[in-house]
Design a protein around this ligand. Sequence first.
Ligand SMILES: NC(=O)c1ccc[n+]([C@@H]2O[C@H](COP(=O)([O-])OP(=O)(O)OC[C@H]3O[C@@H](n4cnc5c(N)ncnc54)[C@H](O)[C@@H]3O)[C@@H](O)[C@H]2O)c1
Ligand SMILES: N[C@H](CO)Cc1c[nH]c[nH+]1
Length: 868
Amino acid sequence: METTLPLPFLVSVAVPPGLGGAKEGLNREEVSCLGCVFFQVTPPIVEKILRFLGRHNTEFHPYFDVTRLESRDDVVSLLDAGARKVFVNPERLSDFAEFGSRVAPAVTGSSASVLASATEHGLLVSDFDPTSGEAAQLVEESNSKKLKNFFIKPTAGADLEKFVKVAAEAHAIPILPSTGLSCKPETGKLAVSKILSSAWNSDRPDGLVPTVVVDENGAALGLVYSSEESVGEALKTQTGVYQSRKRGLWYKGATSGDTQELVRISLDCDNDALKFVVKQKGRFCHLEQAGCFGELKGIQKLEQTLLSRKQSAPEGSYTARLFSDEKLLRAKIMEEAEELCDAKTPEEVAFEAADLIYFALTRAVGAGVTLADIEKSLDAKSWKVKRRTGDAKGKWAEKEGITVASKEAAPAAAPAPAAEAPKETTPERITMKAYDMAKVSEEELDKALKRPSQKSADAIMKIIKPIIDDVRKDGDKAVLAYTHKFEKATSLTSPVIKAPFPESLMQLPAETIKAIDVSFENIRKFHAAQKEDKPLQVETMPGVVCSRFSRPIEAVGLYIPGGTAVLPSTALMLGVPAMVAGCKKIVFASPPRSDGSITPEIVYVAHKVGAESIVLAGGAQAVAAMAYGTESVSKVDKILGPGNQFVTAAKMHVSNDTNAGVGIDMPAGPSEVLVIADKDANPAFVASDLLSQAEHGVDSQVVLIGVDLDEKKLLDIEDELHRQAMALPRVDIVRGSIAHSVTVLVKTVEEAMRISNKYAPEHLILQLRDAEKVVDLVMNAGSVFIGEWTPESVGDYSAGVNHSLPTYGYAKQYSGVNLGSFVKHITSSNLTAEGLRNVGDAVMQLAKVEELEAHRRAVSIRIEHMNR
Ligand SMILES: NC(=O)c1ccc[n+]([C@@H]2O[C@H](COP(=O)([O-])OP(=O)(O)OC[C@H]3O[C@@H](n4cnc5c(N)ncnc54)[C@H](O)[C@@H]3O)[C@@H](O)[C@H]2O)c1
Ligand SMILES: N[C@H](CO)Cc1c[nH]c[nH+]1
């Protein structure tokens, strides 16, 4: 995780602030206000630093030079304790690859050649001499390389003012020795306020910089201004001191008594605003309210109320009763936790979560713990790299019918390569909840297999309806505005690119072109084979000929998702059948990247299928533009393609609007897979198939049905799932989706198929002995993958079958996209005179029954004519 530094420099200290030893330089409070500290760690002080971080992890943002540590355990412990970044010898980088951006190389010297060691995660150059003859070349080289996270530390005794200047020229983050800095006017030391004021950019003639004042929970109290002098005073006095635009220095609270204790100063991402975090005594605003933007709300307001109830509660206060009755509070917390787990609708969940937070915060405030303390604990946890297994504890697991064997009972997993699972880390196990059908009821199973709840239909409609209305009213202008908002593509000036698409937009590596071409051809072959070669014709009675023939839908709009992942394969799955069907106008739509461009693979596919245009928009705005048309987006007759809940809801909405006159394919939402595996299945294959859909998004769900698996086999699959998941770049998404994914244990294939047909999965994988025979039992599924050599991803990309499939159980009534999705069928009747005589009586009699005389006459008039 790469974060913006609170300030554009680090303060280097010999020992952690406040742990003694530092006789000179900034004191503990001063360093704490600045936040970012840098230590050179040596083996004897590791323990000391770890203890220090245990207490102050969020107060200081620590960066460590660990080149003198040999023990990998020590380095990992520092990361676990909250080190934002550690710098290691370049040759040891591969040892720490799994920690990504939190580990960067460290080198020494002033020559430009040291920059060759830089990685995408940064570089530390120590012992840099700003006066050396080589410095200018290093500056030039670092500028041409556009290095990111480039930290630079001067040689001992360097002129710091000059060093800061050179570092700025090199776009490097200077590491400044605490001993050379001062928060008070002191000769021979560089004033921190001066470094800060030289770093900020003020666009005001008086040079003041806007300063947002917030409390420890981040609630904005007001907006003020700062100068170099006021920041110097604030740092010196450790209080809120600002620069009034009319009255000079402003010591907040000097007259009102509502003073502030300074907690932290930081600059924003582009250095044009300061933030002061303060502990506010009394209130900030001159009006009767906490801050200039009004009163606190939500959890912060709750904390304020609880604190005041703790000090003096009115007669009969329930909160006061909770403070004094420990057992009651304990019972209420458990009661509310259970109610939250049982809540069904989003409204219920919000209601119950609010109740639980009230009782939890009452417990915290009662124990003297503030919201800021809780947030600090959350933040500290977010930096951890060693995780606990996260399994439910004994009585709770039992209560929920979790039948998975406990970790202790599990046979030791095969040792994994060091880069994937280092011995000193115990990452939280990524595992699915298991249900044994011999022990759970059908209702319990139904509950477990419920797809992760999406926002309620009403809530989504409230979001997408105004978007659709805006696009209908304002056309291109509205589409662009939403693209600017959601995709942040603010440079985009037209929502469409039209064919012929310039070559420059589809520059791709040869291997990608080859992969697209191979997949294109397989998809084309399979969909072309679905074409009816001639009209269907049946003579239902002598002289009565009924026919059915197909015609392509003239204009189709194909939505290619692009929110969490760009999916050029979906462009193939929709574009190729549209082309094969002969649709005259093919319009693609996909969210552009933030620079306004569209992924070249999509442009290449659009070109190959002969698309008319690409709409550079996503979500409801793209759907509305294609449904109603705008100045530059062509109106289409049918919209196809998967997408998130906003896309799906917008498709449903426009298809219900008769003014739009547009059809849709089906509800195709978050990807899902159900794997049925027996004793013969390879655990690694099973796990890889589950993960291939789990990585789509946190709202995806994957299900494993194990047929007659013994405990060892199940554990093998679970170990594989965890091991493979941990090595995935999208492990965080996988954690989210696996959290609501399940394993179901059954005895027979028939039982497995019964459950699968009821669930109606988008993808069904049969990793079973004689898998082919089991296909006869499939009643509901989007697409089936048969046997151990058929991973689902072949269907996602290249086998030829379509991957745009019904999810959420809609496989019970919808087919996936196929050639038929792009054509409509027209029927015709052709009768001879004999034919009309043969069928005429039946028609006339039924018309008589319906009392539709004109219908009857259309036949009788002809029969009479024949009889004349
Ligand atoms: N079933 C299938 O056949 C199939 C195939 C491929 C992908 N998928 C699924 O498609 C989905 C793609 O979703 P995605 O989000 O990555 O991309 P997406 O393109 O469907 O959605 C992105 C768009 O959502 C809109 N949006 C996002 N947040 C919004 C908000 N708060 N309010 C209004 N609009 C908002 C924005 O306009 C954005 O452009 C995934 O769930 C994936 O699993 C399904
Ligand atoms: N599995 C998705 C259908 O649910 C399609 C896809 C696209 N890219 C990878 N997979």
